[in-house]
Design a protein around this ligand. Sequence first.
Ligand code: AGP
Length: 606
Amino acid sequence: MCGIVGAMAQRNVVPILLEGLQRLEYRGYDSAGLVVVNDKMLERVRSTGRVKELASRSADTQGQLGIAHTRWATHGAPSIKNAHPHQSRDMIAVVHNGIIENYEELRARLKSEGYEFTSETDTEVIAHLIHSHYMHGNSLLVSVQTALKELEGAYALGVIAADNPNQLICARRGSPLLLGVGIGENFVASDVSALLPVTNRVIYLEEGDVVEVERESYRIFDAHGKPVDRAVQVSEISNESVQLGNYRHYMQKEIHEQPSAISDTLESVCNSTSISPGIFGADAAATFSEVNSILILACGTSYHAGMVARYWLEEIAGIQCTVEIASEYRYRTSVPNLNALVVVLSQSGETADTMAALNHAKDMGQGNTLAICNVPESALIRASKLRFLTRAGPEIGVASTKAFTTQLVALFLLTLVLAKQRGRLVQETEFVHALRHLPSAVQKVLDMEPQIATLAERFASKHHALFLGRGMHYPIALEGALKLKEISYIHAEAYPAGELKHGPLALVDKDMPVISVAPNDTLLEKLKSNLQEVRARGGELYVFADADTLISESDGVNVIQMPEHAGYLSPVLHTIPLQLLAYYVALQKGTDVDKPRNLAKSVTVE
Ligand code: AGP
């Protein structure tokens, strides 16, 4: 969602701001803007196009202090007037990520004080509020701190003043923001990838932090206004890891990175034949021995990973597991189990609904929490008692791919640890061996790419598609359908195959391609009967079948042979062709694969 970049240097910061915005494009946005201080004046440029358009509009803009923003519309349509930065009386300029919940009340009050509003956004109230305090003679820092006390909701903020070319104030509560520490220059950004060309030394700001940034120094104040030191960390993310290289899209690159992402995630277990709870944190062994059930909370693709894990946790570890969509759980009156392990799953660690669901669980006394996340120092990681970092590397494409398969790996490890602790893990060495083999098994599936690219040509003219799976592959069907709709805009639904005859079979005709995941497992014969039901109604079948399933090609039955069966880890392998299918169908349709319409990478608002 919205992205923030700010810079203060002894050189023109406009190219730094633009490059930073370009690197934040993956988060999703529909307008962009920047403002610099130049000769005690604010110079603002905004655009409803891509960052490239903003760059051409700001070709003549120069300044050594500036803030910039990509906006994903919440309050008010995507338009120039609603694009950030927002200003108050040509003095204060603000960029904001998050939502101010009490903005209507503040807007009414500020209007009565004579402030004129030029946008429909919630952000504009922040600019006027800060201005009102600044005009009373307060410093910019104090003006921001005072204004923040009146705000309800979430924010990451960058603030500058026309008459103060030496300071940038930033703050965060509920939305991510970090400080980039340079030599004789300092920066702020929503995520580190924006700053990699200028620095890899970062400070992850904590909830409630306010920072006074100057060229050579910075002062951080905590939520109570007390000066604090925060550690400077050297980001492990390299500039190359966020470059596209020879790939056409980030999604394609990230699909192909899955073997290395999985082996990196497995690093902690790869050198041993057994798995210990310590991989989830120092307190994990003690915590796991207290828990009697698992509650998984997540959104979208991460939710699908949780659904797969439910099968593993109940079958292998023998522990009861429920999986809930975070945005539902947070508002549902549920009965807390104080001995449950609450597992939050998130690629970004920023998802507002997942964060709120975690807080809701904690508020109800469920203190045993584990975050499985791809971003170190993310809000979710910091708010959880235990943590596991998937090592997928930066995921830029909006459609989550390598983050999903590495989440599955992390959840499988969790299953093994819990199974072991409960005395149920008889085949530990075999499982570890299967995990170690996974990267090469995934690579073999990736080698099917040319075949899937050809197959995709048959989907480009379709308007609907149905995905089927059974057991732990039902969530994989859901994930396949989500990928297809997300990037190709083809309407896709997923069902457990046994559910077909209870309704969706009515949809099946020659125009409805039916894609089925067909692993060689105990449900295979049942699945085959379900596929017959489709064929009997003239449905065109595309079956991703493991070797030895004996599903043969015939008229209307297209079989795509998978290289091998991976037992419990089969959902990981079956995900890959569905990602590739979605990718190549989107290519056929010419959609914006990495930045699909209306979507954002990090969903930091409700
Ligand atoms: C996946 O392709 C989606 N873009 C989306 O469903 C995503 O998984 C969801 O928003 C959750 O994000 P998170 O993993 O960062 O919490």
